[in-house]
Design a protein around this ligand. Structure first.
Ligand code: CUA
Length: 359
């Protein structure tokens, strides 16, 4: 109000129009908000995986029989309190020994119910333990205090959540099984996606697995569910469930390698070296691995199966795109995949610049 008094009438009208527009945009944004943000605290969790219904049914069954027996015991107790109340000052308590039939029943009925709960739980547990063969593979690494997510079938894709940035972490396709192979670099963590009803410990020094199949497109919360240090509560992220067509595209996009504005070409090359898996076969310290070391490789005279060659731009580019063209003696090019289509000219130039620094 004060503001509009200080303004010219047209200005005030403009400001009011802007405010209306902003309010409309906010309403739109609220409409598009993900489901959990519009849920009331009393709503149940979305059932977003194939395990959700089974887990909920068993849980409801246990709650149901607990409530039933609680009410039964309380009612019988209240009735007996009334029925066997003391009627006169000199009344004596009658002598009771036991009742074999009732004692048998109050042991047998709970025993049968517990076996039902065990078998039901075990069947679901086995289903959740054995992943299907065609599952999309995902590697999860827990660290204090963030998750790193990698996809072996999409080299170079690395998604992380961190204390500073608790963004989307895990991208998965809808309607396809996804298997997580998880490990920790430091302490015990636990990977937990409530909407999928899955949780498993992430243990240092060994691998645990977990699988699920998401049934609805959307974003769901994921948590670390094991106290792992003072930033434990920041070890969170999102699971983004995408239509299968969009999933592949989104991962290809996430795996894109582009030079940062402040990054030198050689530094960009070093990043490609580790992100695209060159490091699996080519060392930087002179030791031979599956392929020749990159140390001192630039401008070196090599002997190949096609004769002598000087390692220059042309030879490196050829070796990246057609690994079998000229193989350095003592190595076999068969093991190296062609990077045609995965690395463009810019990437190759950056790799060459990086090699030049490895004297
Ligand atoms: Cu990691 Cu709690």
């Amino acid at each position: 109000m004060i503001l509009s008094m200080l303004m010219e009438p047209e200005q005030a009208a403009q400001a009011a129009a802007d405010a209306t527009k902003a309010a409309e945009a906010a309403t739109e944004a609220a409409k598009a908000a993900p489901p959990w943000e519009t849920l009331s605290p009393w709503d149940t969790l979305p059932q977003a995986s194939t395990f959700a219904e089974g887990t909920d049914a068993l849980y409801l069954f246990i709650v149901g029989i607990s409530v039933f027996f609680f009410l039964l015991v309380m009612a019988v107790q209240a009735y007996f309190m009334w029925k066997y109340r003391r009627l006169s000052e000199d009344q004596k308590t009658s002598s009771i020994t036991h009742n074999g039939k009732i004692e048998f029943l109050w042991s047998a009925i709970p025993a049968v119910l517990l076996v039902v709960i065990f078998v039901w739980g075990e069947v679901d547990f086995l289903k959740q333990t054995v992943p299907p063969n065609d599952a999309v593979q995902v590697r999860v690494t827990g660290r204090q205090w963030f998750w790193t997510i990698e996809y072996p079938d999409y080299p170079g894709v690395q998604l992380t959540s961190s204390v500073d940035e608790s963004q989307v972490t895990l991208m998965v396709p809808k309607g396809q099984p996804v298997q997580l192979t998880m490990t920790s670099e430091d302490v015990l963590h636990s990977f937990y996606i409530p909407a999928f009803r899955i949780k498993r410990d992430v243990v240092p020094g060994r691998y645990t697995t977990l699988w699920f199949e998401a049934t609805q497109v959307g974003e769901f919360n994921l948590y670390c569910a094991e106290y792992c240090g003072d930033q434990h509560s920041a070890m969170i992220g999102k699971v983004k469930v995408l239509e299968p067509e969009l999933f592949a595209a989104a991962l290809a996009d996430a795996g894109k390698l582009e030079q940062e504005p402040s990054e030198s070409l050689a530094a960009f090359g070093e990043r490609i070296y580790s992100r695209r898996g060159c490091n699996a076969c080519h060392s930087l310290d002179g030791s031979p691995k599956t392929g020749p070391t990159w140390k001192g490789l630039w401008q070196k005279n090599e002997t190949t199966d096609k004769g002598a060659v000087l390692v220059d731009d042309n030879y490196i580019k050829e070796s990246i795109l057609e690994p079998n063209a000229q193989i350095v003696n003592g190595f076999t090019g068969v093991k190296m995949p062609s990077y045609k289509g995965q690395l463009d000219d810019k990437h190759i130039t950056a790799l060459i610049e990086f090699m030049k620094t490895l004297k």
